[in-house]
Design a binder for this molecule. Structure first.
Ligand SMILES: *[C@@H]1O[C@H](CO)[C@@H](O)[C@H](O)[C@H]1NC(C)=O
Ligand SMILES: *[C@@H]1O[C@H](CO)[C@@H](O)[C@H](O)[C@H]1NC(C)=O
Length: 396
């Protein structure tokens, strides 16, 4: 009974105390922040700003009408200043620049004048909001990640329309030397679904999401094709990729850069994110993704482009193939016939003094009339020409 009473009173006291402390001062990482403090002005003030959890050394001191930084906590070197012109009016506010996570905590503002001493406290919170959420697909694994976040973020997956999605493993959270958090999570994409995947990373101060829209496919009929990204007027950065990891081009508000390999193929691209490719061939079939990053979110679209089989073209290719095949066969036949006659000719000249054997040879070749028939005209002609040439050569 008494215990309950005591804890109730204690709780109430605590509550009153935190009310009196006021809401914490929220400072954004790397930015400047003003820690407020006022006092009853008097002559020759002494001011000390102390970070209560960071040791005895002051963050900033002022007396004898000037800054006194000989004993300053070195973590604050070059990052603090007072509003000198305001001190005489009782304003002891401290400006802190390039805020770090380590600056978090409770600060005491101690002031002393001929009229007495005063103390004021400031509770400083640091936030590093989620800046960009990266969504990256490798094969059927989708990975969502971000970094440079404080305090510890949370990551959630969802789909639209809603479905059961669960990350592959536990969400991974790491803290860097600067006390900032990195977070990532992967999931396996369902097969052939009509789902948009959404990854949301949030901290108490806000959240950001990245969405991968379901894949579309498109048949390319001509040599040129225009594909669209997302249209939004707050573009921060846009990247077109081929088959997930090959960068085609990136665009920021001020710059466009097309990668070397794609320069021949990119005909046009626009601020709204559309991309026009020329000389589109079967080799360029694949997934074209556009990653659109704006002030609020990241959006990824995937379009599967497939050069349509043009029936006329295919027929043409088949005809060409057949012609080439026939030519190859003819060439092989001609070569072998030529070689055959050449060899027999050599044999003949070797046995010039044995004419009866030559005659026998001639007869034996006549024994296979079908083979001779199959390529008669060209072979005979060809043979004649070759024969003449050979004769010329022999004469020389
Ligand atoms: C002190 O002066 C600064 C700079 O002019 C101002 O921003 C701040 O609000 C003042 N603080 C108080 C407590 O008067
Ligand atoms: C998708 O299909 C492949 C094989 O076709 C299978 O191995 C895999 O488990 C399937 N994935 C899901 C999420 O159903």
């Amino acid at each position: 009974m008494t215990l309950v009473k005591v804890s109730l009173v204690w709780g109430t006291l605590n509550l009153l105390w935190s009310f009196s402390r006021g809401a914490p001062l929220v400072c954004v990482i790397t930015k400047s922040c003003i820690l407020p403090c006022s006092f009853s002005s008097g002559s020759d003030p002494v001011l000390h700003w102390i970070h209560m959890t960071a040791g005895d050394r002051p963050v900033h001191s002022f007396y004898h009408n000037q800054d006194q930084l000989a004993y300053q906590n070195q973590n604050y070197r070059g990052r603090t200043s007072l509003f000198k012109d305001q001190i005489s009016r009782g304003n002891a506010s401290l400006q802190l620049r390039e805020v770090k996570v380590q600056d978090e905590g409770r600060y005491r503002c101690y002031t002393s004048t001929m009229r007495g001493n005063q103390e004021a406290f400031v509770e400083l919170r640091v936030i590093a909001p989620v800046d960009e959420v990266d969504l990256h697909q490798v094969k059927n694994t989708l990975t969502c990640s971000s970094g440079g976040i404080y305090p510890e973020p949370e990551l959630t997956w969802s789909t639209s329309p809603p479905s059961d999605v669960a990350p592959k493993d536990k969400v991974s959270v790491q803290q860097t030397d600067q006390l900032l958090y990195k977070i990532s999570s992967s999931l396996i994409l369902a097969n052939n679904t009509d789902l948009n995947y959404i990854c949301t990373i949030s901290t108490p101060s806000g959240s950001r999401k990245a969405t991968m829209l379901k894949q579309n496919s498109m048949d390319v009929t001509g040599n040129e094709v225009t594909i669209l990204c997302v249209d939004s007027n707050t573009l921060k950065r846009l990247t077109w990729r081929f088959n997930q990891d090959q960068v085609i081009l990136t665009r920021t508000r001020t710059e466009v850069s097309v990668s070397e390999e794609w320069r021949q193929l990119v005909k046009d691209e626009s601020k709204s994110g559309s991309l026009t490719l020329k000389d589109f061939s079967y080799d360029h079939d694949g997934i074209y993704s556009c990653e659109w990053i704006d002030a609020e979110e990241t959006l990824i679209t995937n379009i599967f482009l497939r050069k349509q089989g043009d029936p006329e073209k295919i027929k043409e290719r088949n005809i060409i193939g057949a012609v080439v095949g026939v030519l190859v066969v003819v060439l092989v036949v001609l070569t072998s016939v030529f070689l055959y006659f050449k060899i027999s000719k050599v044999k003949k000249s070797n046995r010039k003094n044995k004419p009866e054997e030559s005659a026998g040879k001639l007869n034996s070749s006549e024994e296979t009339p079908q083979a001779a028939e199959s390529s008669r005209d060209e072979t005979t002609q060809h043979f004649n020409i070759k024969d003449e040439k050979e004769m010329d050569y022999e004469e020389e």
